[in-house]
Design a protein around this ligand. Sequence first.
Ligand SMILES: Nc1ncnc2c1ncn2[C@@H]1O[C@H](COP(=O)(O)OP(=O)(O)OP(=O)(O)O)[C@@H](O)[C@H]1O
Ligand SMILES: [Mg+2]
Length: 248
Amino acid sequence: MSLLTIEGLTVTFGTFTALDNIDLTLDEGQLRFLIGPNGAGKTTLIDTITGRTRPTQGTITFNGHTLNTRSEHQIVRTGIGRTFQTSVVFEELTVADNVDLAASFRQRPWQLLRRRRTLPHTVTDILDRVGLTPHTHRPAATLSHGQRQWLEIAMLLAQRPRLLLLDEPVAGMSAEERTRTGALLTEIATDHTIVVIEHDMDFLRRYATDVTVLHEGRILTHGDVTTVQNDPKVQEVYLGRAPQEATP
Ligand SMILES: Nc1ncnc2c1ncn2[C@@H]1O[C@H](COP(=O)(O)OP(=O)(O)OP(=O)(O)O)[C@@H](O)[C@H]1O
Ligand SMILES: [Mg+2]
C-alpha cells in the first residue's frame, strides 16, 4: 500500500488552475524528485498536501488518513513535515535551541517546564546526523546559507515525520554544500519517505532515481532521470534548455 495517494487533485485560485487533476502515489522509503518550470505548481502541491492550501477537488490520503479537511497542525501530527522556499529558523536562538524547540511540539507541557542541564539525546543525535554538531551553540543568524538549510532539515527531523517535503533545499548552495546535501538526503531516505523539489539536472543525475515532472499544473511525466531527460515533452517544456536553466 502507498504511503501517500493523491487522486484527481485540482487547486484553483479564482479562475486560475494551479493544479489540474493530479494523480500521484508515493511508496514508503521513496526519495522522489519533483521538477518543473517556474509556476508549474510544485510549491502549491506541497502546500496542499500540508493543509496550507485547500484542494478544490480530489483527495489526499496519507497512511490511511484523508487529509483534505485537516488543519496544518493536524497534518504535521499525522507525520508530514515540510520546509519552505524561505527560511523559518529563529535567528537569535542557537542551532540546538532551534532543534529543541522544533522537537518540543511532541512533548507534554511538564517536559517543557523541566529545567535541563544537558541537551536531549534526540537533539544531539539529529545535529550529528546533519553535520551541525560543531555549530551546536552558535546563534542561527551566524550560519552560512548551507548550514541554515541543514538546520531546517534538522528541525524537521526533530518532529519525527514519516514523510518530508523539501522545497528547493539546495537552491543557492555552493557545489560542496550540494554534495553534502545530496549525501544527507540519501542517508535520511534510509528511514524516511522524501519529496524534494529541485531543478538542477547535475544534482538530479547524481542523487535522483524517481523523478516526477510537473508543468502548468499537470503531471507531464514520471520516471528515472535518463528517461525524464530524454523525454521530448520535457525538452519542449524547458524549451530545449537543461531544466536548471529555467530557474533564475
Ligand atoms: N495563493 C495563491 N493565489 C493565487 N495564485 C497562486 C497562489 N499560490 C500560487 N499561485 C499561482 O499558482 C502557480 C503555481 O505556483 P507555485 O508556487 O506552485 O509554482 P512553483 O512550481 O513552485 O514555481 P517556482 O519554481 O517558481 O517556485 C503560479 O502561477 C502562482 O502564481
Ligand atoms: Mg515553488
